[in-house]
Design a protein. Structure first.
Length: 475
């Protein structure tokens, strides 16, 4: 057996004899298992509930009686954001964003009913998910277990004895690192089993589950390197513990919370009230389709009459009211889309500023990678809103076109003749969300993987330097 393996085995023996370390490891494994099961169960229940509600509102839309098409425009429809299977591992921003959209004419509503808004402060502190356990709690346990791995040998004087017997510092540090890596692999086991189960249940997610597992394995390896590095540099285990706790507090707790606040201050978003006022102002400037003397729609009427070669709207082969509805919807939708693009552009700018802090806190890069692979990041949320808006626009314009083509100008003004068959909107409300292809997701999160790899290389180089320095200090 090599010296490295003997040292690792001895370190594991010491860990097993440490009741506090074993208790902490047992609790973490139990917590990881419970987090994986409860998160999966909650995701399954939430997904089933959303599917049930979606089927219900689709049925209610189809069951509407014969009526005027524009009444269906204002009747509206609900769509529910489907849950990604990997959301059970990392909920991302889902608890903070809404998952329900009400689609109606002349308006673009925001998503409602985020879980955090309907829960206690406990959820706002942090959800119990496998990602939370691995990203926050596992590094802390590694710190307590391994802070004195090398420093203990120096502090007791055993290091000098071992080196006098021919043991090289590199072998000692490698053995300690192997022991810490083994503990990290054990911590990763319950979430890895959960990810494997998801991949087996839904094979299409296999590339993404692999990316999540590898990223968190790299995260724990990064902490194993960091703990070994600080323990190698410190003269006493107590000093190593204080330094590592400070690093964990700043990099895992403080910076990930401070970075968004700094980004929000640098790139402030307008409040909901400010946005509503600005939209109302611009809507008023577009023109009023109900005002016959409105300049824009007066010109629109002139163009329509000229296009069909008639002098009165009563002589048009189509219902002019339907044409006005289509034009008004086009104008308002373009306005809403412009404000939506501006909002998401600012949010993306905030996100890029937060990402810059990954040079100081690699957990920021890990979280972006994990949320991206799990389909619970800002990009996937925006994708849902964009697709829902395109669905809303197509549905409303189809109803407006029915008014233009199925109803005459005179019939539209007569309540008895202003209804069309309910068969026209059967199946119209069905919404199908098209998730981002796994290959595109992997390309998008690749820069975050590069950040983690850079941190691993940097810490490995620093540990090699500290090991060489340890050799010189013992001479």
């Amino acid at each position: 057996m090599s010296a490295v393996r003997r040292i690792a085995r001895e370190e594991w023996r010491l860990m097993r004899r440490d009741r506090v370390a074993m208790l902490g490891l047992t609790l973490l494994l139990l917590l990881g298992s419970v987090a994986a099961f409860t998160a999966w169960d909650q995701r399954r229940a939430a997904d089933a509930e959303r599917q049930e509600h979606q089927a219900q509102v689709d049925h209610e839309f189809d069951a509407q009686p014969d009526r005027h098409p524009h009444r269906m425009v204002h009747y509206g429809h609900f769509v529910f954001r489907p849950l990604n299977a990997l959301a059970a591992f990392d909920a991302g921003i889902d608890p903070f964003t809404g998952h329900t959209l009400f689609l109606e004419g002349h308006r673009q509503n925001s998503a409602n009913f985020g879980d955090v808004r309907q829960s206690s402060l406990l959820l706002r502190f942090g959800q119990l998910t496998p990602a939370f356990v691995l990203q926050v709690l596992a590094p802390l346990l590694l710190v307590f277990i391994g802070h004195a791995a090398v420093a203990r040998e120096r502090e007791s004087g055993l290091l000098r004895v071992l080196m006098a017997q021919g043991l090289r510092p590199g072998q000692l540090v490698a053995g300690k690192l192997l022991a810490l890596a083994g503990v990290g692999a054990l911590m990763l086991l319950p979430p890895a089993v959960a990810l494997a189960a998801i991949a087996l249940d839904q094979p299409a997610t296999a590339p993404l589950t692999s990316a999540i597992a590898l990223a968190h394995a790299a995260w724990l390896a990064l902490w194993a390197l960091g703990v070994a590095l600080v323990s190698t540099l410190a003269r006493r285990g107590r000093d190593a513990l204080m330094a590592l706790l400070a690093v964990w507090t700043v990099s895992v707790v403080l910076l990930p919370r401070l970075a968004p606040e700094l980004a929000a201050a640098a790139q402030p978003l307008p409040t909901r009230l400010e946005t509503d006022i600005a939209v109302a102002r611009d809507l008023a400037a577009l023109g009023d389709s109900h005002n016959p003397d409105d300049p824009y729609f007066s010109e629109f009427r002139r163009k329509v009459l000229a296009q069909y070669g008639v002098s009165r709207v009563e002589d048009l082969p189509v219902n002019y009211k339907g044409l006005v509805g289509m034009e008004g919807e086009r104008l308002t939708s373009e306005l809403f889309e412009r404000y939506g693009r501006q909002s998401f552009a600012r949010q993306q700018a905030q996100l890029e500023q937060v990402t810059m802090f990954s040079a100081l806190s690699p957990v920021i890069a890990l979280r972006r990678l994990s949320m991206g692979a799990a389909g619970t990041d800002l990009t996937q949320y925006q994708r849902f809103l964009d697709q829902a808006e395109r669905h809303r626009y197509a549905m409303v314009q189809a109803l407006n076109r029915m008014q233009a083509e199925k109803l005459s100008w005179s019939g539209d003004r007569n309540s008895r003749d202003s209804r069309i068959s309910k068969d026209h909107w059967h199946g119209m409300a069905a919404f199908h969300f098209d998730a981002e292809p796994p290959a595109a997701t992997l390309r998008r999160i690749a820069p975050m993987a590069a950040v983690l790899a850079s941190w691993l290389l940097a810490l490995a180089a620093a540990l090699a330097w500290a090991t060489a320095r340890l050799q010189g200090a013992m001479r």
